[in-house]
Design a protein around this ligand. Structure first.
Ligand code: C2E
Ligand code: MG
Ligand code: MG
Ligand code: MG
Length: 284
């Protein structure tokens, strides 16, 4: 297109770039205030045991309900928070809020929190996590931190210290969006991951094929060998649930089971699960 009428295209491109930048600046300013004004909240999406159908974990996903702009997706404002350094404050707030909710759940249910690479590399990052656990009185074993492959782009000393310090305290780590970034088998070897989350593009993308099925099968096999849970992300249909279970994934997450819900609904899902099991026990 640019070649056909270069000049106009260039102008259009510049204008849209500065519009993006303006929106970024605006979001950045508003994000600072949003934390204080209670516009942010944490939602929870279940991660389900594919054998028993039971909820094993809830993943905390941040939500921003902007009074004028409506709901803003984390994919839009997390990068802004990263650019501006706000991610440290925001990330610590998210971990603290999520840990408080998780402290109310039955003790076998764990909490997963996403951490941005920049948050992990900031000074005092592990303290932020430990403070959140202490304040909520949540045992470290019940927290799992989800990190993406991009964390290892520069395998820095800060990353290594962070993971090793928290792992020594009992916190678990999950490799998120596995398969979308850089080859990370070396990092799976180096760090104590207890879970791999296979990116949803392998499950429900337009490119799902015999080939992607074989990849999931291979990852699941590796998980079994290494005693790691393998989570299939983005399960929307029963056929997908059956396929990934058959391929050897141990856990599943996706709209088929539930979207992310507010904390009171997460607690309700757990209560219902236990009530129906009690009911079965009484009948049986
Ligand atoms: P993620 O950690 O891979 O989270 C999974 C995303 O997939 C969530 O989007 C979730 O709502 C969505 N999802 C779950 N099941 C399905 C499904 O069946 N179909 C489809 N189409 N989508 C599904 P969400 O909440 O918009 O978050 C997007 C990303 O933003 C997350 O990807 C994560 O990287 C980041 N993020 C979200 N919350 C936080 C947070 O508290 N801190 C940080 N640092 N990043 C966060
Ligand atoms: Mg995640
Ligand atoms: Mg993911
Ligand atoms: Mg993702």
């Amino acid at each position: 297109h640019a070649k056909v009428n270069g000049r106009k295209q260039t102008q259009f491109y510049d204008a849209s770039m500065s519009r993006d930048l303006a929106r970024k600046r605006e979001i950045e300013a508003e994000l600072r205030a949003a934390i204080l004004k209670d516009e942010l909240s944490i939602f929870f999406q279940p991660i389900v045991d594919l054998k028993t159908g039971r909820i094993r974990t809830f993943e905390a996903l941040v939500r921003w309900f902007h009074p004028e702009k409506g709901e803003l997706r984390p994919d839009e404002f997390i990068p802004v928070a990263e650019d501006s350094g706000l991610i440290v404050t925001l990330g610590n707030w998210i971990t603290a809020q999520a840990a408080k909710a998780a402290a109310q759940w039955p003790e076998e249910v764990t909490l997963a929190v996403n951490l941005s690479p920049l948050q992990i590399k900031a000074p005092g990052a592990s303290l932020g996590v430990l403070n959140a656990l202490r304040e909520a009185q949540l045992p470290p074993e019940r927290l799992e931190l989800e990190v993406t492959e991009s964390l290892f782009l520069d395998d820095s000393e800060a990353t290594e210290l962070f993971i090793n310090e928290l792992a020594a305290k009992g916190v678990r780590f999950a490799m998120d969006d596995f398969g979308t970034g850089y080859s990370s088998l070396g990092y799976i070897n180096k760090y104590p991951f207890s879970k791999i989350k296979v990116d949803r593009s392998f499950v429900s993308g337009p490119d799902v094929s015999k080939k992607t099925e074989a990849i999931i099968r291979a990852v699941a096999e590796m998980g079994a060998q290494l005693d790691m849970d393998i989570v299939a992300e983005g399960l929307e249909k029963i056929e997908q649930v059956k396929a990934v279970r058959e391929a050897g994934c141990t856990l599943g997450q996706g709209y088929y089971f539930s979207r992310a819900v507010p904390d009171y609904l997460a607690a309700m899902l757990l209560a219902q699960e236990r009530e129906s099991e009690d009911g079965l026990r009484k009948v049986g």
